[in-house]
Design a protein around this ligand. Structure first.
Ligand code: 1HN
Length: 331
């Protein structure tokens, strides 16, 4: 039996020699999806399928280097809920965030008995195992970005899901409950029972912070970069991933670095260029792109207007597992 014969003999028994080189994993590729394609697909889906039939009416982003999903950890999709529609209540071990790209008054995500309004630029979390459903009570569609750690959770074989006994969970908390419970003066008798509580980060507050800090030095790799802090711990948005918003000032060009965490971006305002290894990802408002782990990257605002990127990073997960490394140019 020669070596090739042995490889074959082993393969028939679901075994493999270390010398028989086959990749351990598929490769996440840098890639950019046009926002207008996603929105066109979603609007067409709005005519062809109901939320009831679809479960969730979302268009999922698929990385060209993977059989499924956008990265090995974070999954991204864009969701549409039409006037009068309900996306039924459920909970799962995957944690999710919603970043609203087309808001409207009277559309809500209900999480653990609290209804959170969905206005453009708002970020709303539905942490691991929290009941959540969506409802659009307005006469205009509502659309948002769904970010979940479902790829990571699936790798662990830990994706568990339960449906609520009715389509909608009851609203049991007063409006603005979380924003008051987690404000600067906090009730002494309420104990938070989640590693991260459900929470809404209103755009007007996020934007006011960006504006107030605009003249600061900023981060050399990311400009005016803000992290949406877990209101309970002050740490990353969620235990497995964190959300950021960054403002790149007119013609601002950042330094290049690389790190062992993947980041997915949504161009919320303006346009620019993100260089990822040998790829030039030219983005404009509404586009989505991915910077895979351990690839050199830098950002540039190529215009005379401010540019704003929303992003999700799996860095908290890699840090928790002792896997985080970072390298800067010349280091
Ligand atoms: C999910 O529960 C939602 O609740 C959206 O809106 C997208 C993608 C994968 C798994 C669960 C939602 C999802 C999801």
């Amino acid at each position: 039996m020669d070596l090739q014969g042995l490889n074959q003999w082993l393969a028939e028994r679901n075994l493999k020699g270390h010398w028989d080189h086959q990749p351990w994993s598929q490769t996440v590729r840098p890639h950019l999806w046009k926002g207008r394609d996603i929105l066109e697909g979603l609007n067409r889906a709005g005519e062809l399928i109901t939320t009831e039939e679809a479960g969730r009416r979302t268009i999922q982003l698929k990385n060209p280097g993977l059989a499924a999903g956008m990265t090995n950890t974070i999954h991204l999709s864009v969701q549409l809920v039409k006037p009068g529609e309900i996306a039924a209540a459920h909970r799962h071990t995957a944690a999710a965030i919603r970043f609203v790209i087309k808001g409207t008054p009277n559309a809500y995500t209900i999480v653990e008995g609290e209804r959170f309004p969905m206005r453009e630029g708002d970020l709303i979390t539905t942490p691991n195992w929290t009941w959540h459903d969506h409802f659009n009570g307005s006469d205009e569609p509502v659309m948002w970005l769904d970010g979940l750690d479902v790829r990571l959770v699936t790798h662990f074989g830990a994706m568990i899901q339960e449906n609520f006994k009715r389509d909608q969970q009851p609203v049991e908390k007063p409006d603005d409950y979380s924003s008051k419970v987690f404000s600067h003066a906090r009730p002494r008798w309420i104990k938070n029972s989640f590693a991260a509580p459900p929470y809404r980060y209103p755009w007007e507050e996020t934007n006011a912070s960006l504006e107030a800090l605009k003249e600061s030095a900023g981060d050399p790799f990311d400009g005016i970069l803000l992290e949406y802090a877990n209101p309970h711990t002050g740490g990353p948005t969620l235990p497995t991933f964190s959300c950021m918003i960054q403002l790149l000032r007119p013609h601002e060009k950042t330094q290049s670095h690389r790190h062992t965490s993947a980041t997915v971006y949504h161009a919320f305002r303006g346009s620019g260029l993100t260089k990822v290894s040998a790829n030039d990802l030219a983005w404009e408002s509404s586009d989505i792109f991915v910077v895979p782990s351990w690839q050199w990257h830098s950002h540039e605002n190529t215009t005379d207007e401010d540019a704003i990127l929303f992003s999700i990073t799996d860095r908290p997960a890699t840090e928790a597992l002792g896997l985080y490394r970072e390298q800067t140019e010349g280091a």
